[in-house]
Design a protein around this ligand. Structure first.
Ligand SMILES: [Zn+2]
Length: 397
């Protein structure tokens, strides 16, 4: 609740966008809370923010936990912020217990997870893990024309004393706690979700090109109606993606027509495709067939398919999932396996170390919404499982 004061909206939500003054103020609050805990604070060239509890073997690769404290423009109090605060809570509990971990444990707040001010999202974690390079993100501009480079400088100038730690430092493991942003845990009355993996997504733009003609005079046989071509293609794609288990998610959310006039046969129809599936092989296969299906069904119109973004589905390693499940069991907190249908920074950390995620319920599955709400007891359960998991990981040789 205290962190949510930074960027608080009248409707009870949070507007704390990446590298904003609100995020700077929130990081300042994190530093104040960390002050009495003998933690070292640091940042890196991508603007990620770290709080580190030194282990008894400080040269061993650290265990990392955290999430993000940037939000959507009309976001909630818990998306991201929960993972960072749960991590800090764990470090405070270790400190107050007088115990010292073998490996160092760090809490991270990643730079720009949401991607709402600067697109795409997960900038900080992707640069940290080496999936993107720093030059790739620095020239990205927000709607005011401000570059990531200049916003990063503002952030760095606000904390001139923070040392810059290396990007792509070796890590022992990464565990991210997050609200589910869906209804399953609540529905099954489990306070802990052991996340099995993150669903992949491919997005496309399809352009169907026909021929502009007079709505009254052009005979049917001679028409090349781009809209009808697009509708036949979409219908066929819908069939292609229909599966018994209802795993594939196929959405056409936008369509533009040219010239978009009531008495003109459309010359061009452009539509979007958002395609998701938990199994990477199926996602690849379905996406790869889009071009052929469109070409076949849009005839006699021409078709151009452009893939806009690709992120394959991933499965977290069994070792991480078993560890989280065992932690919950030891604490007597009911858990269940769950697939993340939304993206998270853990996607990129999964590429460089053993990664896992812990979900807690959120009321009605409502998220990316000012009404986001979670029961304190559920948040506490998540933090306890996180503490147990972090301690086990930090004790490993
Ligand atoms: Zn999030």
């Amino acid at each position: 609740m205290d962190l949510a004061r930074h960027g608080a909206t009248p409707a009870g939500g949070v507007n704390r966008q990446a590298l904003s003054m609100e995020e700077i103020a929130a990081r300042r609050t994190l530093l104040q809370w960390a002050a009495g805990l003998d933690l070292r604070a640091g940042t890196d060239d991508a603007g990620n923010f770290f709080l580190r509890m030194e282990g008894s073997e400080p040269r061993a690769a650290a265990v990392l936990t955290g999430s993000h404290i940037d939000s959507q423009p009309t976001g909630g109090k818990f998306d991201g912020a929960y993972g960072v605060l749960a991590g800090l809570e764990c470090l405070q509990a270790f400190r107050e217990s007088g115990v010292r971990p073998r490996r160092s444990i760090e809490v991270v707040a990643w730079m720009n997870e949401e991607g709402s001010r600067f697109a795409p999202g997960m900038m900080g974690s992707s640069v940290f893990s080496g999936a993107r390079t720093l030059p790739e993100i620095l020239e990205v501009r927000d709607r005011q024309g401000i570059t990531v480079r200049s916003a990063l400088t503002t952030m760095q100038e606000a904390f001139p004393d923070l040392p810059r730690w290396e990007l792509q430092r070796p890590l022992h493991a990464y565990v991210e706690a997050h609200i589910e942003q869906g209804p399953l845990l609540e529905r099954h009355r489990r306070n802990i979700g052991v996340v099995t993996g993150i669903q992949g997504k491919r997005t496309f733009e399809v352009t169907v090109t026909g021929e502009q003609a007079h709505a009254g005079t052009a005979p049917r046989a001679e028409r090349k109606d781009a809209l009808l071509g697009a509708l036949r293609a979409i219908d066929a794609l819908c069939e292609l993606c229909r599966d018994e288990a209802d795993l594939a998610r196929f959405t056409v959310g936008r369509m533009d027509l040219l010239p978009n006039a009531p008495s003109v046969v459309p010359a061009r129809a452009t539509f979007s495709i958002d395609l998701r599936h938990p199994d990477s092989c199926v996602l690849r296969e379905l996406g790869d067939r889009i071009q052929a299906v469109c070409e076949h069904h849009a005839e006699p119109c021409g078709v151009r398919v452009r893939e806009l973004s690709t992120s394959m589905s991933l499965e977290f390693p069994l070792a991480a999932r078993e560890l989280i499940e065992a932690s919950a069991r030891r604490l007597g907190i009911p858990s269940m396996e769950i697939l993340s249908c939304a993206g998270h920074d853990a996607r990129y950390l999964h590429e460089v170390c053993m990664a896992g995620m812990i979900f807690v319920p959120c009321k009605g599955g409502i998220s990316h919404n000012e009404a986001e709400s979670v029961e304190p007891g559920e948040l506490a359960d998540g933090a306890r499982v996180l503490a147990e998991t972090l301690w086990t990981l930090a004790s490993q040789a």
